[in-house]
Ligand binder design. Structure first.
Ligand code: ZN
Length: 296
């Protein structure tokens, strides 16, 4: 019994290690997007977020942004919600064609999840929502998935599971391409440029946002026809970036070093920034409904 238990536990750890990285930016990436978002929340949104977070979070959304990765075994159904697979080499995304899980269940993908949890949170003042939804979980899922949809390989090809089966070397370390984009680029950047201090990296990204990264920063959070949420263009951007930067020069067996790292890091930092700015814009709209204001 004890031996079996140990073996089981050990196999679980191995399984966790194999699967970790399949389901999102790493902890640092999610922390960064949520931290960037927090600083851009309106007072109204900040108050609702604080109210929905468990007390132990101390009002800090970023501290719980990786929660959906931690419970993915417990909530089996949620695994498919971290990504969307697109047809191999097409380099485009279409909601109706692509948003389903591997068994074909519609809306079971990252963009479908973003729509779903936004809708739940929009009902934050209703007794129906309070009874039927777990709005704390909805907030954490939404915050996490807005991050995931910005990771280019979370909208990668079906055939290689978003780069998970593309085995490469990251400098001297053997890994897969998906993991490079979830973790390794950020880890190497922290070590090389930010004294291994995530807050320095976040501040550098925030400075770029305020200094006008590109002229379109003010429009990043906008949605066409005044919708509350619009994840489809984010997914389209991701698969285009996956084709242009992630997959390019990263064929199976290749070794990725400075040339790849230094040219892709700006893409990663911009995607973290866009995810943060857009998450804030979504939460600001969701929690600024007249219903919400009236209730307070
Ligand atoms: Zn994820």
């Amino acid at each position: 019994m004890g031996g079996n238990g140990f073996l089981l536990a050990w196999r679980f750890v191995v399984l966790l290690q194999l699967i970790s990285g399949v389901l999102g930016w790493g902890k640092e990436g999610h922390y960064a997007t949520c931290k960037i978002a927090e600083e851009l929340l309106t007072e109204d949104a900040k108050a609702v977020v604080k109210h929905l977070l468990p007390d132990y979070a101390g009002g800090d959304l970023a501290s719980l942004c990786s929660w959906p990765d931690e419970i993915r075994f417990h909530y089996h159904w949620s695994a498919a919600l971290h990504y969307v697979d697109t047809p191999d080499f097409k380099c485009n995304y279409e909601y109706c064609r692509d948003c389903h899980d591997s068994s074909g269940h519609k809306d079971m993908c990252v963009t479908g999840a973003i729509y779903n949890y936004t809708r739940q949170l929009e009902a934050v003042g209703d007794s129906y929502a309070i009874t039927n939804y777990n709005l704390t979980e909805a907030l954490l899922f939404l915050s996490h998935f807005v991050g995931d949809v910005h990771q280019p390989l979370h909208v990668g090809f079906t055939g290689d599971l978003g780069g998970n089966t593309v085995i490469v070397h990251w400098y001297r370390r053997k890994t897969n391409l998906h993991h490079v984009w979830d973790n390794m680029i950020i880890d190497s950047a922290l070590k090389t440029f930010y004294q291994s201090d995530l807050s320095q990296m976040i501040q550098a990204i925030q400075r770029n946002i305020t200094d006008g990264w590109s002229n379109d920063v003010p429009s990043w959070g906008d949605c066409a026809s005044n919708k509350t949420v619009c994840p489809d263009p984010y997914a389209s951007e991701s698969i285009k970036l996956a084709c242009k930067y992630a997959y390019r020069n990263a064929t199976p067996g290749s070794t990725l070093t400075d040339g790849y790292f230094l040219s892709r890091l700006p893409i990663v930092e911009k995607r973290l920034a866009q995810a943060g700015v857009r998450l804030a814009a979504i939460l600001n709209r969701v929690f600024a409904s007249p219903k919400q204001t009236a209730r307070e």
